[in-house]
Design a protein around this ligand. Structure first.
Ligand code: G
Ligand code: G
Ligand code: NA
Ligand code: MN
Length: 253
């Protein structure tokens, strides 16, 4: 595992990269957006997965610098896509630790305006567990982000224990159903039932519903049938470098 100093050096020497995974409308197959996923292009170990360094950055107080780098890069990328006529929304993952910093909403708004991206083209993904672990602390930041016009997505939904009542207090615009409820749902009745009721609840809360971890055509057909708005997963596309996305789009699903 990596030390905080190694990660800081990686960040400062421009070794981090973002890959983007398409989020596609189930109805028409049109790409709605893309989720930015950080990787560390390590000189010795090659592409290192976020789980091998993001938690260390969170523990060691480096997460705000890392998040700023991710936001800056993702906003520049979405600006470049827009300039080429590709009007999509970019999604960035926020950790619970970043939400606790009071000026986060202002920092993001300043950055987006400097780069020239309207708030509606940035979606912030926050896991259900991160939000619920300290709702009082996160709520202010989330409300400010929403007021400024950024999208808010509740990520990995279905792995935590939040109630519909709690959810309705947070100004989310999107709900992403965790892949543990999606993968294999076409063949497993218990998953099918949980997926269906989660989609129904999301619709009652007027949220855009996204299924993540769609890996095969049967699960893709099922989420369409159940009225899930958007799908994401290896069946649609793997995360890819930003420059490859336009080419992938041209090729079609
Ligand atoms: O891309 P991959 O499946 O390896 O991502 C694993 C986990 O790392 C996911 O839970 C994802 O949300 C998280 N992750 C990816 N990119 C970022 C990032 O830029 N910031 C934070 N905080 N988490 C990220
Ligand atoms: O927790 P989060 O939703 O941010 O996780 C995103 C991670 O899930 C990324 O690391 C991405 O590589 C991974 N991922 C994306 N699509 C699929 C899929 O269809 N199946 C599996 N198992 N993982 C996926
Ligand atoms: Na995510
Ligand atoms: Mn997820």
């Amino acid at each position: 595992h990596f030390s905080l100093d190694e990660i800081r050096t990686g960040l400062e020497t421009h070794q981090l990269v973002l890959h983007y995974q398409p989020k596609v409308t189930t109805f028409s197959g049109v790409m709605r957006g893309a989720e930015a996923l950080v990787r560390w292009n390590h000189p010795q170990y090659g592409l290192v997965a976020p789980l091998d360094f993001v938690p260390v950055a969170e523990q060691g107080g480096l997460i705000d610098d890392l998040t700023d780098w991710v936001l800056e890069s993702a906003l520049r990328q979405v600006h470049a896509w827009h300039a080429r006529g590709l009007t999509i929304v970019v999604a960035v993952n926020l950790s619970a630790k970043s939400l606790a910093v009071p000026d986060l909403a202002d920092r993001i708004a300043t950055m987006a305006s400097r780069i020239g991206v309207e708030p509606k083209y940035l979606m912030l993904e926050i896991t259900e567990t991160a939000v619920m672990s300290d709702l009082a602390l996160s709520l202010g930041t989330l409300a400010r982000l929403r007021l400024k016009g950024f999208g808010l997505s509740i990520d990995d939904f279905g792995t935590g224990f939040s109630s519909m009542q709690q959810l309705s207090r947070i100004p989310f615009t999107e709900l992403k159903i965790d892949r543990s409820l999606v993968h294999g749902a076409a063949e497993k009745p218990h998953l099918h039932v949980m997926l269906q009721s989660t989609i129904e609840m999301s619709k009652k809360l007027h949220l855009t519903t996204v299924a993540e971890g769609v890996e095969n055509p049967a699960d893709w057909q099922l989420i369409r049938l159940l009225g899930c708005d958007v799908g994401q997963g290896f069946y649609v596309a793997r995360p890819m470098p930003g420059e490859e996305l336009a080419g992938w789009l041209k090729q079609g699903l």
